[in-house]
Design a protein around this ligand. Sequence first.
Ligand code: HH2
Length: 263
Amino acid sequence: MPVQVMGILNLTPDSFSDGGQFLDPGRALIQARAMIGAGADSLDLGGESTRPGAEPVPLEVELSRVIPVITAIRAESRIPISIDTLKPQVARAAIEAGASVWNDVTALGSPGAMNLAAELGCDVVLMHMKGEPRTMQAAPHYEDVVAEVASFLQARADQAMAAGVVRSRIWLDPGVGFGKSLAHNLTLMTHLDQIVALGFPVLLGVSRKRFIQSLDPFGTEPADRLGGSLAAALAGARAGVAAVRVHDVRETVQALKVWEALT
Ligand code: HH2
């Protein structure tokens, strides 16, 4: 199966990479069309940044950012839409507006989230995060990062299934950059096969992330991290991830096509 490409559309003023660019719904729709044209298999829309240090966003604000754009995309395209939110109310409204995936960086950790995911019948992405965005990069500590992330994800998947989420709807994500040092991120990315071995499709989010700058000090601007993003996406492909979540859809689609032809 070719690795799927999920295009990121952040409808926020403060996302680390594209913050402020797509807050206007008209611009967001143009970017959605561009990513669809570039070969995205799905789009991931978010109205609340989860970058390190980000402040929470009120419910009404998040709803007003994401729902009109989901409705507008759905009016002209059948592309699967994922909603990146930790709020059950936003997930419900987004699914009702035409999204089909709930991408939750807290792995359905909000009260009632597991039952709601079962009720909605949508796909769910369960991501690992240590701590919360405001403070998660303070001093993350693990005895064994791969084993801890794997057992967390397995436990959350088990809880989701116990709540009624169908197994085939569950995706796992190791959460690169979420409460992890450079060493933790690299250890996880070189042992992704152990997350893949849990038997669920894995989504990998490495696009433009800060670990790239740690390895290449010239990559200070997120948009200057394309080479590193592609290298990490291909490493994920080799480990067997099912999808990558990216800002640069066209370049990632091309890199994966060439890599797939060569392997
Ligand atoms: N990374 C970010 C946000 N959501 N969801 C999943 N499943 N996996 C990830 O790795 C992931 C995610 C952070 O990146 P971005 O959306 O570009 O920035 P921000 O959170 O600042 O909006």
